[in-house]
Design a protein around this ligand. Structure first.
Ligand SMILES: [Mg+2]
Length: 368
């Protein structure tokens, strides 16, 4: 009885240049893909993905370094995951997340990669979609679409192209935030979510508040540095708009100090450790009265399908990573007319290697 995990690091070009306030480069999305095999079911190949973000201290090398430790921690669960009754397999998936959290404190992307692969493996072995394995609803909020920092007219042109999305997330923290939001508002009528990725100063943020309200901004994500919970709370006291923590809300352990001080949190599988930890973090956030945003990094459909399986637990959804890529190497997940992700109907994640069908363009016909 053996679990075999193989990792592959890939750099995938973006559809459009994608820059955020604290990003270092813009060469594409570097993500780590995994294949997981169980000697109990050699016919199955499960897929995993973890997106290493240097901001959280992870690189492909650190993921590779800790993966054997994580694999050892979950190995005793193999038979239950693959051969056990469905309820036992479901419980073993939760336990896998706990075992990984016990053995290593951080390294969310490395845990995420293995956790996703374990969910895919259990789903494949039980001929059950991951969302059904978790007992969660397929009725999910639609995803928004994110536009990176750029000149206002460039961002506005991209906003026009993304008109089918029911909300846009606009990266701010650049030189022309207000001009960018004004330009987007002229061409796009839906809600706008702004994400400063820690780059704003308190005085400039508070001065912008009336403008943001006037422009129909729906929420403000992570205006200040991750450790400045005092500043986040200070702005929330002055803001009718919800302040949502992303960089300040890495794992479930961060929720307690945010509850009651700001409106919401952005939960991401690659930060908190995968499907199981994200499910628990979303439930705990709701229990604490925090509004929930389910986000992503720039993952392929492997990571997005895993995220979509828990999307029914979130109020807002930003699962557009695979849509930001010029060519996602995986397909199967389908964006419906309302921009909700729908699983393929196949077991596990329902994702396989191959290009998306040209009949399912992510953008309007006028776009790319
Ligand atoms: Mg963010």
């Amino acid at each position: 009885m053996t679990l075999d995990l193989s990792l592959r690091t890939v750099t995938l070009p973006f559809r459009d240049p994608f820059r955020i306030a604290r990003s270092h480069g813009n060469d594409g999305a570097t993500t780590v893909l995994a294949e997981l095999r169980s000697s109990l079911r050699p016919d199955l190949v499960a897929l995993g993905e973890g997106y290493p973000d240097a901001f959280y201290g992870e690189t492909p090398a650190t993921m590779r370094a800790v993966s054997p430790v994580l694999l050892d921690a979950v190995a005793p669960l193999e038979a239950t995951l693959v051969d056990g009754p469905l309820d036992d397999a479901r419980a073993a998936l939760t336990e896998a997340g706990e075992r990984m959290a016990d053995v290593i404190r951080w390294n969310g992307a490395a845990k995420c990669l293995l956790d996703i692969a374990l969910h895919d493996l259990a789903g494949l072995a039980h001929a059950t979609a991951v969302v059904d394995l978790l007992g969660l609803s397929r009725d999910t909020p639609p995803t928004d679409f994110t536009l990176g920092l750029d000149a206002p007219h460039v961002v506005a042109a991209r906003a026009r192209r993304a008109a089918r999305f029911p909300a846009l997330k606009i990266k701010v923290g650049g030189a022309a935030d207000l001009a960018t939001l004004e330009a987007v508002r002229r061409v796009y009528g839906g809600p706008i979510r702004v994400d400063a990725n820690t780059a704003w100063k308190p005085d400039e943020a508070v001065a912008l508040l009336p403008e943001l309200e006037r422009l129909g901004v729906e929420l403000i994500e992570q205006p200040f540095p991750a450790e400045r919970l005092d500043q986040l709370a200070w702005l929330q006291e002055r803001s009718a708009l919800p302040i949502v923590a992303d960089e300040s809300a890495v794992t479930i352990r961060d929720l307690g100090q945010l509850a009651g001080r700001i409106a919401g949190v952005n939960v991401k599988l690659a930060k908190c450790g995968g499907v199981g930890p994200a499910r628990l973090m979303l439930l705990e956030a709701r229990r604490l009265g925090l509004r929930t945003f389910l986000g992503c990094m720039e993952e392929t459909q492997v990571g997005i399908a895993a995220s979509a399986a828990v999307a029914s637990l979130a109020e807002w959804v930003d699962l557009d990573g695979s849509l930001l890529l010029a060519d996602d190497p995986f397909s199967g997940l389908v964006l419906d007319d309302a921009c909700r992700w729908q699983p393929s109907g196949r077991p596990g994640l329902g994702v396989e290697r191959g290009q998306p069908s040209p009949s399912q363009p992510p953008f309007d016909a006028a776009g790319r």
